[in-house]
Design a protein around this ligand. Structure first.
Ligand SMILES: [Fe+2]
Length: 153
């Protein structure tokens, strides 16, 4: 049970929920691009986007369960994902492959920024386990940024 008087832990739960919403939204966008990408690099990009979507999806459960382990509730619906994510929708299925790469790179970079800001809250909450997980999620997001950026030459 979350102690409502522990502000740092309450804040940690809120930030985990933001991170969770970002992962859901980025998962959907990455799958969307996996399905719609076109052009001479189709096969490479189709496979890379699927790999990255799988990685992002794999982190979703750990983020939600981390919030529960420290006594918080998680977001519960698509509506809450929309409220809590900083990722913008991309509903134009016809954007170029290059624009897809740039958009995913920038979204993953936003995720890195959010994760770095969470370190301070984890520290204030004395939440060692979340702190360590933030490092792993950051490493994974930075790798996605690197891979995507490297495609742009
Ligand atoms: Fe597929």
């Amino acid at each position: 049970m979350l102690d409502p008087n522990n502000n740092a832990t309450t804040q940690m739960v809120a930030e985990l929920n933001g991170l969770l919403a970002d992962h859901f939204a980025l998962y959907v966008k990455t799958k969307n691009f996996h399905w719609h990408v076109k052009g001479p690099r189709f096969r490479d990009l189709h496979l890379l986007f699927d790999e990255q979507a799988g990685e992002i999806q794999g982190e979703i459960d750990n983020i939600g369960e981390r919030a529960r382990k420290i006594g918080g509730d998680t977001i519960t619906s698509i509506g809450m994902i929309a409220q809590h994510t900083q990722m913008a929708d991309q509903d134009n299925a016809a954007i170029s492959a290059e624009d897809m790469i740039k958009e995913l790179r920038d979204d993953n970079a936003k995720l890195v920024k959010r994760l770095k800001a969470m370190k301070e809250t984890a520290d204030a909450a004395g939440d060692n386990a979340t702190d360590g997980m933030i490092d792993d999620w950051t490493d994974a997001a930075e790798e996605r940024v690197w891979f995507l950026n490297s495609l742009l030459g």
